[in-house]
Design a protein around this ligand. Structure first.
Ligand SMILES: [Fe+2]
Ligand SMILES: [Fe+2]
Ligand SMILES: [Fe+2]
Length: 411
């Protein structure tokens, strides 16, 4: 198994950019919550480790939200079944050895302090969860001013008043006190503007060292984000995992070195991460897409690149993932690369993507059999779309490929 030299914070942060896109209009929510929460933690003199956990949990706190429809509900102060996205998020984080410590913090980021304070959990976890809750509600209350771009300062007193009212009930006394202090200066509110929030996170990233991360640990983080993407539609459940496994398998049939095969697997997991920006209804639409909808779809692989490009050590993986809709004759998107410029790995991801999608049910058709899939793949080769040699390689192991492509769904 290979190890990758990766800055873990940079990875979490970049992938959290994708979560932020689910908001469509209310982007950077995770980052603003991280800023507000960390300022409170600093005021309370929390330890470096505690502030680090707080920041990580805060940028990932809404990881249980994949659907744009749910995201729109987050703007209400309280709503029915709000704990559902907390449970989903915590369960996702639990699956990764490097992120599982954040699970209880995310689980309780909507739990009232009056209830949370007596729970059998370490005090540090309770305080971090409640701090995120408070910061989250502050950002929600400031939402109206961010949408019409009016000056947030005009809402400052109203927001502070609302938080103060919930002292002891929703939020822990000491956290409310810290928030009241840090939010007194105008600078605090100006810092919530986009460029300042980005700058705040940059500092956090630059303080984190690159570390050696095992492939399996890295995969478990990528899998979480792929699950979030695939959860946007019941039809795409485990699609990315299937593409990842298949891409790796094809890489091994090609005798690529193990590290390349593992990189192919990661590219497969992340290839559609840019889809988080798309409205759910578009992904589930049974009929023909309008030209405007097609244009929206076409930006997802471009967004995949933008989300991944800043993770140092993952440059190749981002490229392969972003090129999964490029076609041999140059008719693909978003770059219109042709066979002279599409790498072997990107061709493998493209074939794996088409294969897995055909093996899975879609709103407009049932899953196809291995033979039906191969017929379509060969047609696409003749049409100048898919790589002939990669498809030939799949043909030689058709049944094995089919089993791998659907294995993730059945797991
Ligand atoms: Fe939130
Ligand atoms: Fe795609
Ligand atoms: Fe895909």
């Amino acid at each position: 198994m290979s190890t990758f030299d990766i800055n873990l914070h940079e990875t979490i942060y970049s992938l959290s950019n994708a979560l932020d896109l689910v908001g469509i209009t209310h982007i950077r929510h995770g980052k603003r919550v991280a800023f507000i929460a960390t300022e409170c933690g600093k005021y309370l003199n929390w330890s470096g480790q505690c502030k680090d956990d707080l920041f990580e949990a805060a940028i990932l706190h809404d990881i249980g939200v994949a659907k744009t429809v749910i995201h729109s509900r987050l703007a209400q102060f309280e709503w029915e079944e709000e704990s559902e996205h907390c449970r989903v998020g915590a369960a996702l984080l639990q699956s990764s050895p490097l992120l599982e410590k954040l699970a209880p913090m995310v689980l309780h980021h909507h739990t009232h302090w009056s209830e949370l304070k007596d729970m059998a959990l370490p005090m540090e976890i309770k305080l971090i969860a409640n701090c995120i809750y408070l910061a989250d509600r502050v950002d929600m209350l400031s939402l109206s001013s961010q949408i019409d771009n009016s000056n947030l300062l005009l809402f400052k007193d109203e927001i502070r008043e609302k938080i103060l009212e919930k002292r002891g009930d929703f939020f822990c006394d000491s956290l409310v006190e810290s928030f009241m202090s840090v939010s007194r200066p105008e600078a605090f509110w100006f810092s919530l503007e986009n460029e300042h929030v980005d700058g705040y996170s940059d500092t956090w990233l630059s303080e984190t060292p690159v570390q050696k991360i095992d492939f399996q640990d890295l995969r478990s983080i990528m899998l979480i984000f792929s699950c979030v993407v695939d959860a946007k539609s019941p039809f795409t459940k485990s699609h990315s995992d299937g593409v990842a496994r298949l891409a790796r398998f094809i890489g091994s049939l090609w005798n690529l070195p193990q590290e390349r095969c593992e990189m192919l697997e990661l590219a497969g997991l992340l290839h559609d991460i840019g889809k988080l920006r798309l409205p759910d209804a578009l992904l589930e639409k049974p009929g023909k897409l309008t030209p405007e909808e097609k244009a929206q779809i076409k930006r997802h692989s471009f967004d995949t690149y933008n989300i991944l490009k800043n993770i140092k050590g993952m440059e190749k993986i981002s490229e392969w993932a972003a090129q999964h809709h490029e076609r041999m004759d140059g008719s693909g998107y978003p770059y219109h690369l042709d066979q002279n410029r599409i790498s072997l790995e990107a061709r493998i991801v493209a074939v794996s993507d088409v294969f897995q999608a055909l093996a899975q049910k879609r709103p407009y058709r049932d899953p196809l059999s291995p033979d039906e899939i191969m017929k379509i793949l060969k047609e696409q080769v003749e049409d100048g779309k898919l790589d002939r040699d990669v498809v030939h390689c799949v043909d030689l192991q058709l049944h094995a490929c089919w089993k791998i492509a659907i294995s993730a769904q059945q797991a």
